[in-house]
Design a binder for this molecule. Structure first.
Ligand code: FE2
Length: 176
């Protein structure tokens, strides 16, 4: 399963810290093992079940979000220098994990892929934090998962979370 996850998520190897990289990978292995979907399915299913005729896959959308987060952070560091601090490992781990809770939201009912009743009342920012916490991911990463979506609008996001939140939104808003 580790190989399968690394195949869909080569970006996991961008995390420099050995422990953080391992925890991020293990959280994904756990979520896929618990999910009705397999790693390969994520390359095929549309990233949103709510958008009609969506041809962008879940993994394309998620990898784009991680890649954009890193590009954005690098440009900000290049232009703002010492005025900004961005922890790249935290940023990458968080961006990789933001939708991990969705893996448990999916259900197949009458042969059709949909969102489970539990998934509707406990959205993936919350279930995602639950999964990541099992693997002892740091609070800074849990924060990115918790605040990446509209749920995070009520509080103050860290710099890493602001970047991931915007990278996520630009990767799906144009297709809505
Ligand atoms: Fe999300």
């Amino acid at each position: 399963m580790r190989e399968k996850v690394l195949k869909i998520w080569p970006e996991i190897n961008w995390i420099k810290d050995d422990e953080l990289r391992e925890k991020t990978l293990n959280a994904w292995v756990y979520a896929i093992e618990k999910s009705v979907l397999d790693a390969d399915d994520l390359e095929k299913i549309p990233f949103s079940l709510l958008i009609k005729n969506c041809t962008i896959s879940f993994m394309n959308h998620k990898r784009t979000c991680v890649q954009l987060s890193v590009d954005m952070a690098n440009k900000m560091k290049e232009n703002f220098g010492d005025e900004i601090t961005i922890d790249m490992d935290i940023l990458i781990s968080g961006a990789i994990l933001i939708d991990i809770g969705k893996l448990l939201e999916y259900e197949i009912r009458d042969g059709k892929l949909g969102t489970s009743d539990a998934g509707k009342i406990l959205r993936h920012p919350f279930s995602g934090v639950g999964i990541a916490d099992r693997f002892d991911l740091p609070a800074e990463v849990l924060h990115i998962i918790a605040t990446h979506s509209a749920e995070g609008d009520l509080g103050k996001r860290t710099t890493e979370s602001i970047i991931v939140h915007h990278a996520d939104f630009v990767s799906f808003e144009p297709f809505k």
